[in-house]
Design a protein around this ligand. Sequence first.
Ligand SMILES: C=C(O[C@@H]1C=C(C(=O)O)C=C[C@H]1O)C(=O)O
Length: 364
Amino acid sequence: MSEQELKALRVRIDSLDEKVLELISERARCAQEVARVKLASLAEGEVPVFYRPEREAQVLKRVMERNKGPLGNEEMARLFREIMSSCLALEQPLKVAYLGPEGTFTQAAAMKHFGHAVISKPMAAIDEVFREVAAGAVNFGVVPVENSTEGAVNHTLDSFLEHDMVICGEVELRIHHHLLVGENTKTDSISRIYSHAQSLAQCRKWLDAHYPNVERVAVSSNAEAAKRVKGEWNSAAIAGDMAAGLYGLTRLAEKIEDRPDNSTRFLMIGNQEVPPTGDDKTSIIVSMSNKPGALHELLVPFHDNGIDLTRIETRPSRSGKWTYVFFIDFVGHHRDPLVKGVLEKISQEAVALKVLGSYPKAVL
Ligand SMILES: C=C(O[C@@H]1C=C(C(=O)O)C=C[C@H]1O)C(=O)O
């Protein structure tokens, strides 16, 4: 390509950037107008709701449907995710608590869902994320709920039994683990590998094959593992890209998770009910009396109405020995007439039924 051609293309890019800049600014001014209208239409004593997850899901879906390339749908939606995040911050900067410290996959999930224009607050434990939301110190919390290799995150499920929370969104993240070492690590004398218990389990086969005799130490998070390794010469950590970058560690081995499709699903928790988008999921907790056929009775109404269950998990109820609660996710919104009917039917048979929330299916 000649210098001349290159120059002409750059002139074209500069002029396109000016248009993109003006259009983004116009969009941001529109969002400010939306905020003005929302405030003006408030009833006496009503609190304004600036963040609308159902609307954001629709915006992203539209972008993906209309995208003609060459950028892929996910890439284009990611760019619009950030534009929306900045526009919303003009209306109201969202405060989001997540399972920290900085550099965890939960932080990556929070950024994927809310974009980077939020004020994020790392918490030391899942239960603290719940408490921070309950106390009103933040607008939303982000917690892991299940992993495709290792199953349920029990701390999260148990926290739902203790706190009244509304689930207002979900996000899925592909989880790649690396074996990370610090500047001072003697790589031939590693005697300890730190990581979160879930991550150690997700890399069990790889560890058995490569470091069979090295001690595996479970710590509170992958980022915490990375932080410890920085100051030690005989240890390594299993963590992801964010933690590696944050703590300046290098990758001794990449993508060491046993399953290449290893993914984690995260939930956004808050106090805000989300209206239907037409493509939603609902999460409920149900406890049934301890009698034969109870689980069958619980599942029949879903089957009879053709409602798709996406997950069912059992946990001890914590209110009696050998009594259980079921965590169920299914497709649909609790305001859909069909779903309403199913929930009514279940509540007639159940000891207790709690709708944790209906929320748009993950778009990204
Ligand atoms: C602009 C609005 O407020 C927020 C910002 C949005 C955006 O930038 O597109 C979408 C939904 C809201 O979270 C709105 O409610 O439409």
